[in-house]
Design a protein around this ligand. Structure first.
Ligand code: AHM
Ligand code: MG
Length: 342
């Protein structure tokens, strides 16, 4: 009887340790780092569920009724992640969408062998509308020698070097989805016990896609290839099927749907956003790693996201992501109608 409960309840900690046990040389550093990201997720979730309450909302720098500085949720999420991780001796450096420069480990703390890149609260403008938001993270092994402060080189790495990546979606429930390169697993936060429990083991994108997800409000700015691809998804251009449209305007919510339901999400470049909107290191690379680990594919429309060598921390990329055949179809339309890159 008691065994049955133990078999059913797999906490994220147990899962991380199980994965670690497959690597006899593992020191537990990555496990500790992942565990801390789960903890950050719980802290952030405890604030996002109170999103509409006045002491949380408001621009950074405003003063609340107690005369305290009001902090925006994205600034709070950023601080939680930095402060939980800067003293552990696991990291060489960090990079955050909320920080312009590399985040160093303070002098009084030891430096470690990993680098952590994160978007603390993606889609935070959606909070005002009570729509899901998310935290995205990617972990790399440092490139520069151990024992010294990490440098930009440790952060500017190709997505295919990721050691682990994942996201936390703060929706009708809070879920953490991650991969260490050995498939994708999803955990749901049980608020009554404060634990992430394994609810979605070994996630694979369904073979039959259901959804497409893009901001069609920008369609007139898109290239011919992308416009034709969009018509194809809607059953035109000789397509034999049409997909349902879903667009939250919150990348993690939209991609989480694609992961579980099958389909394609895209945020292309256009004259207003010549490199797209989404950031390579904090958004598109980590999420591409997860989707590819679940059997999908991610591309700029011309090359795999995971092959891009970043040159700047806040570099942007166009993104087409989801079921492989849909993303390859986008590449085909772009190659046929949009000509070579200028
Ligand atoms: P943010 O990092 O400033 O929150 O912006 C990223 C968000 C994504 O979550 C989402 O996919 C996109 O912006 C939506 O942009 P748009 O409103 O142009 O469709
Ligand atoms: Mg973002």
């Amino acid at each position: 009887m008691s065994n049955k409960v133990a078999d059913k309840i797999i906490t994220i900690e147990r899962h991380i340790l199980n994965e670690q046990s497959e690597f006899p040389d593992a020191t537990g550093t990555l496990s500790g780092l992942l565990h801390n990201i789960g903890l950050a997720g719980k802290l952030i979730a405890s604030r996002t569920i109170r999103g509409g309450l006045s002491d949380i909302l408001g621009a950074t720098g405003e003063t609340n009724v107690q005369g305290e500085q009001v902090q925006k949720l994205d600034a709070y999420a950023h601080q939680v992640i930095v402060q939980l991780n800067n003293h552990t001796g696991r990291l060489a450096a960090m990079g955050s969408e909320e920080a312009e420069e590399l985040i160093s480990i303070p002098d009084q703390y030891p430096v470690g062998k990993y680098s952590l890149l994160f978007d603390p609260l993606d889609g935070s403008s959606n909070i005002n509308f009570n729509v899901s938001v998310g935290t995205i993270f990617g972990i790399y092994r440092r490139i520069t020698p151990l024992g010294r402060p990490g440098t930009l080189e440790d952060l500017l790495q190709k997505g295919k070097n990721l050691v682990a990546a994942g996201y936390i979606v703060y929706g009708s429930s809070t879920m953490l989805v991650y991969s260490t390169g050995n498939g994708v697993n999803g955990f749901t936060l049980d608020p009554s016990i404060g634990e992430f429990l394994l609810t979605h083991p070994k996630i694979r994108l369904p073979e039959k896609p259901q959804y497409f997800s893009a901001n069609q409000g920008y369609q007139n700015r898109w290239t011919e290839g992308i416009q034709r691809f969009t018509r194809w998804l809607r059953g035109g251009e000789g397509a034999t099927q049409s997909l349902s449209l879903r667009y939250n305007g919150s990348m993690i919510a939209d991609i989480h749907r694609v992961l579980l339901g099958g389909g394609v999400f895209y945020y292309p470049a256009d004259p207003k956003v010549p490199n797209g909107k989404l950031r390579l290191l904090y958004e598109t690379a980590p999420i591409s790693f997860v989707i590819e680990q679940a059997g999908g594919y991610a591309s700029t429309g011309r090359e795999p996201i995971l092959d891009i060598q970043p040159t700047e921390l806040h570099q942007r990329t166009p993104l087409f992501i989801g079921n492989r055949e849909l993303v390859e179809k986008a590449e085909e339309f772009i190659a046929t109608y949009d000509g070579p890159v200028e």
